[in-house]
Each structure stands twice: as C-alpha cells, then as structure tokens.
Design a protein around this ligand. Structure first.
Ligand SMILES: Cc1cc2nc3c(=O)[nH]c(=O)nc-3n(C[C@H](O)[C@H](O)[C@H](O)COP(=O)(O)O)c2cc1C
Length: 184
C-alpha cells in the first residue's frame, strides 16, 4: 500500500489530467505503449464484453490523414502516436460508455507515465466512414475516436475556436439526497 502522501500526489496528478494537443517530436517508447495497452485491456466494460479493438498508429502519415478529417483535430498531425478505439458495433449505448471508460484510463495512465494524451473525434457519419477507410476498419464496426499520446509540449488549445479550460464549482454540480438540495 502506498504511503498517504504518495496517494495524495497520485490523486493530484489525476485531477490535473488535461487534453494535450501539442507534443514534442519524440516517439513513445515501445514498453510504454505496451503498458498503456495493458491498462486499456483491463478496463471494465458492460457485461465484461470487452467490445474493443485497439489500433496503435505510429505512422505519421496516417495520423496526418486523420487530422485532415476536420479542423478541430488538425493538431493530431503533430502527435507521435495514437491509439484508435474500434468497437464491435453491437450495442451503441453501452459501447459508448465503455469507450469513455477506456479513453479516460489511457489519459490517466499517460499522465502518470509522464506523457500526455488527447481525444480526437473523427466527426459526423461521413468523416467516421473516411476514418474507417484510412485505418482499414470494417464498415460494420464503430470507430469514433483516437487517443493521441506523446510527451506534452503544452496544454494550450491551438484550435481556431478553442474551448476554455477550468471547471464549474462543486456548488453548481452537487446535490445532497435529492436533486437540487443543498447541504443545510
Ligand atoms: C467525447 C469527447 C470528444 C472530444 N473530441 C475532441 C476533439 O475532437 N478535438 C479536440 O481537440 N478535443 C476533443 N475533446 C477534448 C475536450 O475538448 C476536452 O476534454 C475539454 O475541452 C477539457 O479539456 P481540459 O481538460 O484540457 O480542460 C473531446 C472530449 C470528449 C470527452
């Protein structure tokens, strides 16, 4: 069991996981890629269906092609690695939930390993179809996103229309016992 101070330090790292869109050029070492895949593999899923397949994309030309799908993911061209998530395409809602869980684990693991990660959604139906073509994914599978991974250069949002960081205060987000009820 880790010491209390170590646990606090890890929790603080998890709290500070951010979407990283700008990366240093270095490749991600193979042992780290394997660790990330192990973390992904052990993610819990609905009825333990493990409805995923992971495509490790370290070919920069493929990342560049994906980055061209729409402007909000242009930054993907600068990532050294992506892990594309492919889902079975059998249960839309539970697979979307499972995809979110595995994505967040990848982002947290990347941060704890000294890297950073960022989610890139391919976009609408036509853009998803194009992503499947680029990645050779059968049409009946679901493919919505790729998680970019690399050594972070900055947490800045370089997109033409950046979204603001920060978070809502807990007072706006939390009720006690019944919806809308404040703590007396
Ligand atoms: C479902 C989902 C889809 C996302 N798609 C994109 C995307 O296509 N491009 C992008 O730059 N960021 C994308 N993001 C990242 C969000 O913009 C980011 O999580 C949010 O702005 C908070 O960032 P921060 O933690 O750095 O403050 C996506 C996040 C989620 C959860």
């Amino acid at each position: 069991m880790a010491a209390v101070s170590e646990v606090q330090a890890i929790l603080e790292q998890i709290r500070k996981v951010r979407q990283i869109r700008q990366y240093r050029p270095e490749s991600v070492p193979e042992d780290i890629v394997q660790q990330l895949l192990e973390i992904a593999r052990w993610t819990g899923s609905s009825r333990n269906t493990q409805p995923w397949h992971f495509i490790v994309v370290d070919d920069r030309e493929i990342l560049r092609q994906l980055s061209q799908l729409r402007p909000p993911i242009n930054w993907l061209a600068g990532a050294p690695l992506g892990i594309a998530i492919v889902l079975n395409g059998q249960s839309e809602i539970s697979e979307a939930y499972d995809e979110g869980r595995v994505t967040e684990r990848l982002l947290i693991a990347a941060k704890l390993l000294g890297l950073g990660g960022g989610v890139a959604w391919y976009g609408d139906e036509a853009q998803e179809a194009e992503a499947k073509r680029i990645l050779g994914i059968p049409p009946e599978r679901t493919a919505r996103s790729i998680v970019a991974i690399g050594y972070p250069l900055s947490a800045r949002d370089p997109r033409p229309t950046p979204v603001s960081g920060g978070r809502k205060p807990l007072a706006e987000l939390v009720s006690y016992n019944r919806y809308g009820q404040r703590r007396s």
